[in-house]
Ligand binder design. Sequence first.
Ligand code: SAM
Length: 240
Amino acid sequence: MRFDILSLFPEFVEQISAHGVVGRAGERGLLSVHGWNPRDYAEGNYRRVDDRPFGGGPGMVMLIEPLRAALAAMRAADPAPVRVIYLSPQGRPLTQAKVRQLAFMPRIALLCGRYEGVDERLLQAEVDEEISIGDYVLSGGELAAAVLIDAVARLQEGALNDAESAVQDSFEGDGLLDCPHYTRPVEHALGSVPEVLLSGNHAAIAYWRRQQSLGRTWLRRPELLNEAELSKGDRALLDD
Ligand code: SAM
């Protein structure tokens, strides 16, 4: 999978492909990240990439032309089809279901805004989709791009050492939150590991984990239960 990053600070996003799961996915040839800086395509001595908003008001707006030229250079470097996504607080929320969809795409370009955002005409002409990482405002789209790449990278086949771990994560499968996890030591000043996890009884462990997942979801994110795939047994547990 290929990511193209259009940003005034592409190295900021490219950095994430040097570490952890994303780094490993890169080393294994599962994904690559390529930066495109609109400033490199801006004209004039000052290589201007922004200007004041028409109608007045605070802040600056990213200019059409440097971004268009950067997008054209990106397409010329690799003519393969590309889905252009603008990271924006006004976009559709990034969910695990959306991440799963994106993980199947061979190529995605992530347009990162700065200042007050990007000239609307560029967005109308070039962007296929807008995505938000939450109902708050960042100063730039780079962190949002990094979040999206990380979430998508770990779903690439072969990126995780144990593919099962992604299936058990929160929001996956039946849509519940994950259960709590413990490791050594069994006894610690901060508490003991629940006995059932040491029992070797797989059915009992699975039952306990399900109970914990349901309980946590009910306490922390009850709205997820409306969409979750619940069995009769799950419903009985919730009713208790
Ligand atoms: N004036 C814009 C608005 O209120 O919709 C916000 C501009 S914000 C200061 C600058 C850039 O940060 C945006 O163009 C966008 O690329 C990025 N950004 C900010 N918040 C974001 C979020 N929640 N999700 C994704 N991108 C975000």
